[in-house]
Design a protein around this ligand. Sequence first.
Ligand SMILES: [Zn+2]
Ligand SMILES: [Zn+2]
Length: 308
Amino acid sequence: MAEKSTMKPPRFRLEFWGVRGSYPTPDKTTLAYGGHTSCVEAAVGAHHLIFDAGTGIIPLGKKFANGRSGPQHLNLFLSHTHHDHVFGFYFFEPLFRPGNRICVFGPGSPEMSLHDTLRAAMEPRFFPVKLQDINANSKFYSLQGGERIALRDSRDLPRVERGAGGEAGNGVTILVKKSKAHPNGVLLYRINYRGKSAVYATDVEQKNGGHPDIVHFIRGADVLIHDAQYLNREYHSATNPRKGWGHSTVERAAEVAKRGAVKRLILFHHEPTHDDETITAMEKRAQGIFPATTAAYEGMKLDLFRLR
Ligand SMILES: [Zn+2]
Ligand SMILES: [Zn+2]
């Protein structure tokens, strides 16, 4: 069934609720960019999409819970299940509201489904609330990369298809790519809607010039949200090199944006030991390579239909 978006102007808005990598930083020196870990909200067409459940999803959950719009249909996409990307999941209020429907997408295989992984993380040894205590109508989708997720009418369940094919029409589609450029792998997501696109590519360690498969995946996107955790001198430090830790330098993020001919680069997953001043300097550094760069900060909003 087609969505009723023809009656409203098309909507593709992003809001950043958590931009920090690795662990939350409530220190005074990091408040300008913010201390919550990864979470990006995307309001696309008639759909609510959320990327990652770092601690930034906690205030987002309160916003949904305080709204008076009745039951909600939410779609949560996890890049991977490292702690900094799921710690807010357990505190996401809409999960505990009967009547809500939450579809959770994330890495999983026949041996270990996404549901099994999250259930293990919520065992009583680790957390007092069990996964089965969630009283929203929750559905878990294990992804391995290569899928195409179609969201049509917001009342219908998402359709997960493997490979290309099929036309979304006016609906929202999300392409899933698996990358090995992070310990234990990571999923990258590309949202396409009415000729506009945004890519969520956190926790990815680019090589010089970028991984060709990722450059291909991001090509021409209006917005690229990309890991830019390190300074060159940290990455190549003689005493404590960060090479192999699964994150990119700000220079590599900018080079990849340039190579992929995206329209706008958003530096994301900020290193927790970097203060505001350092991140501002990193933004300038990236702009020297790719001018249309902004360092993500908590509360930042982008409207893809109004980007210059
Ligand atoms: Zn991370
Ligand atoms: Zn990670």
